[in-house]
Design a protein around this ligand. Structure first.
Ligand code: COA
Ligand code: AMP
Length: 637
């Protein structure tokens, strides 16, 4: 099978302009990249909520496009997934034919438990092939998966179970963090006990590293289930039917269930593999992320397979498994063409191997480029990588909500755009990015403002929030009518390069993990000794940002500050998980506020980062900022 990308004969400017001038026509043309049960007759139409939906009358199956069609077209013996786990000391290569057998088998197992089109299935698994198999099996049945990152604790899992209301939860007996076995089943048990209406069935993939014994009756063993069931065929679904829900942090404690549809997602991701990453069928792509995050959904599980490539599934860290040469070893072993990772991962590598001795130890000649996302690629890391590898270092910007890059250096469309340190280069075709001031006017080049995308959003982007369309409108569409609000701040320079400078809301990015300081504040405030609090993200050299809490205690509280701090740290660890990296909670007498009572978080952040700040004219008590400055001067955060 050859995937012919219409539209790639043009340069970037023509492609981009066409995508904006006539989006429906542009994307209808790209629909030919995938196989349809019923091909769409039109590119887009508004749904009942007034949201533009892609391929409204198209019918397809995403799993068929990711697996079956490649088998039918002669790629049966090509490796679909390389699994590489330094932590489990395990490796395997799964061909497209084997993947088809495993996915169809597990889909049959799900069906035997009553899972049908439109039912939800929560997948709480570590980075093992069965996680991807479970996702694809849901897609095969037209069921909607919701993967929960394995680092989340019981309360976070429970919140997602309560919102998605799945029929089944699929899990594994354990995950492995470097040399530590994380038993999943106590977490699952606790989450199921919290949820009012727990799923009917629990499927457990048993790993040899765990001592867990499957609770026959409630639990079904993965292998037994497949043995007892018939393989399932693909179920055709509407292009606009949901493929998955992925929860992400918003500004409150309740995570937002980002909905992804089938048709737009399949087309956009297939196109992106060539347009953005310059990949061809048969080549090896590695996104060093986790299936629990959007990067893992899009570029470990779906896009490489939709495009007939080979995907690497790596269960390990960039360092300590066993050393900072881990990434380069994997590149050499599987002849990886494109490696996609978070800047924080390379900062960790640079810290351990600043001179790049381990890089030189491996043959990385297969690499065509490095792509980075998840947070801004800081110029020092950019320069270090460029100097070390002599490869194009591509920063590209995207969000869980969009599912693929809003801005990138699209090497598959036009090569040779120079990169600029700190910039994600140009908007991807389909994304009409603009920078607005507070009044909603477009600002001139070099001036920072709110980064927005003029509607319609291209295929692949979210059409709603699961079960809460009002929240979708409120969070993204209402602030600047006609535009999608990204929540990021940034600017275009004179050459049209886009610079994304950071969030303008309560979302922070800790080691490539998107977290909500609002959620942490709710947890800190729930401590019986705390009267009020603020949590801000401060800059961290390795992890990008780290959360720091500030709490005012209720009068009469007799606990000492250290004790409260310890309890608050433990509380956040228990309710969100260690990945929150919440390790400082400072007890203060008061919080700096405006006269209307708004906590001055942005100013607090500047003080904590040692940046200049202007005393807000609306401040209630300037002494509160002076106190904070004095307190922070004596702290290492
Ligand atoms: N299951 C259980 N616990 C997990 C976990 C998981 N899947 N992932 C992380 N944790 C835990 C860690 O064990 C650690 O716990 P500890 O505080 O008890 O030691 C804590 O969460 C923090 O983890 P992490 O932030 O990953 O720190 P680290 O020091 O182990 O690793 C990096 C630092 C930079 C190497 C690592 O964060 C990394 O590779 N980040 C990239 C993330 C990424 O790919 N994001 C996707 C965007 S593209
Ligand atoms: P997530 O939804 O977890 O992918 O996180 C999305 C957020 O991460 C964005 O809104 C940005 O704040 C940040 N982000 C991701 N990639 C980049 C990038 N290349 N440059 C700057 N910020 C980024």
């Amino acid at each position: 099978m050859t995937i012919v990308l219409t539209g790639l004969t043009m340069g970037y400017a023509d492609t981009f302009n066409q995508s904006i001038d006539d989006p429906a026509e542009f994307w209808l043309d790209k629909a030919g990249l995938i196989d349809w049960t019923t091909p769409p007759s039109c590119g887009s139409a508004e749904d009942v909520n007034g949201i533009e939906r892609w391929y409204p009358d198209g019918v397809l199956n995403t799993c068929f496009n990711a697996i079956d069609r490649h088998v039918l077209a002669g790629r049966a013996e090509q490796v679909a997934i390389y699994y590489d786990s330094p932590v489990a000391d395990d490796k395997s290569a799964i061909t497209y034919a084997q993947l088809l057998e495993k996915v169809a088998g597990f889909a049959g197992g799900l069906r035997s438990l009553g899972v049908e089109k439109g039912d939800r299935v929560v997948i709480y698994m570590p980075m093992i092939p069965e996680a991807v198999i479970a996702m694809l099996a849901c897609a095969r049945l037209g069921a909607i998966h919701s993967v929960v990152f394995g680092g989340f604790v019981a309360s976070e899992l429970a919140a997602r179970l309560a919102d998605a209301a799945p029929k089944v939860i699929v899990t594994a007996s354990c995950g492995i963090e470097v040399d530590r076995v994380i038993e999943y089943m106590p977490i699952v048990d606790e989450a199921l006990a919290i949820v009012e209406q727990p799923p009917q069935s629990v499927i457990v993939f048993e790993r040899p590293q765990s001592n867990y014994v499957v609770k026959r009756g409630r639990d079904t063993d993965w292998g037994d289930l497949i043995k007892q069931s018939e393989p399932a065929a693909c179920v055709p679904v509407a292009a606009t039917d949901p493929l998955y829900i992925l929860y992400t942090s918003g500004t409150t404690g309740k995570p937002k269930g980002v909905v992804r549809d089938n048709g737009g997602h399949a087309v956009a991701l297939t196109w992106s593999m060539t347009a953005v990453y310059n990949m061809a069928p048969g080549e090896v792509f590695w996104a060093a992320s986790d299936v629990g995050w959007v990067v893992g959904h899009s570029y470990i599980a779906y896009a490489p397979l939709l495009a007939g490539c080979t995907s690497v599934l790596y269960e390990g860290k960039p360092v300590r498994t066993p050393d900072a040469g881990a990434f380069w070893r994997v590149v050499e072993e599987y002849r990886v063409k494109v490696l996609f990772a978070a800047p924080t991962a390379f900062r960790a590598v640079r810290k351990e191997d600043p001179e790049g001795a381990l890089f030189r130890h491996y043959d990385t000649g297969s690499l065509d480029a490095l792509y980075l996302a998840g947070e801004r690629l800081d110029p020092p890391t950019y320069h270090w990588l460029a100097g070390l590898t002599h490869l194009p270092i591509i920063d590209h910007w995207w969000q869980t909500e969009t599912g693929w890059a809003i801005a990138s250096n699209p090497r598959g469309i036009e090569r040779g755009f120079p990169t600029k340190a700190g910039s994600a280069t140009f908007p991807s075709p389909g994304f009409q990015v603009q920078i607005l001031d507070e009044q909603g006017s477009v600002v001139p080049a070099n001036q920072q403002g709110a980064v927005v995308i003029k509607r319609p959003l291209p295929p692949g982007c979210l059409p709603t929030i699961w079960g809460n369309h009002a929240r979708f409108e409120n969070a993204y569409m209402d602030v600047y009518p006609g535009y999608y609000l990204t929540g990021d701040g940034g600017y275009f320079d004179d050459d049209g390069y886009l610079f994304i400078m950071g969030r303008t809301d309560d979302v922070i990015n800790v080691a490539g993990h998107r977290l909500s300081t609002g959620e942490m504040e709710e947890i800190v405030a729930s401590h019986s000794a705390v009267a009020e609090c603020a949590v801000i993200g401060v800059t961290d050299e390795l992890k990008g940002q780290l959360p720091v809490g500030f709490a005012v205690l209720k009068s009469g509280v007799l606990l000492d500050a250290d004790e409260v701090e310890r309890e608050l740290i433990e509380l956040v660890r228990q309710r969100i998980g260690p990945l929150a990296c919440f390790s400082r909670a400072l007890i203060v007498n008061r919080l700096p506020k405006t006269r209307s009572g708004k906590i001055l978080r942005a100013t607090m952040r500047k003080i904590a980062d040692g940046e200049d700040y202007v005393m807000p004219s609306t401040i209630e008590d300037p002494g509160a900022l002076a106190d904070l400055k004095e307190l922070l001067a004596g702290q290492s955060l």
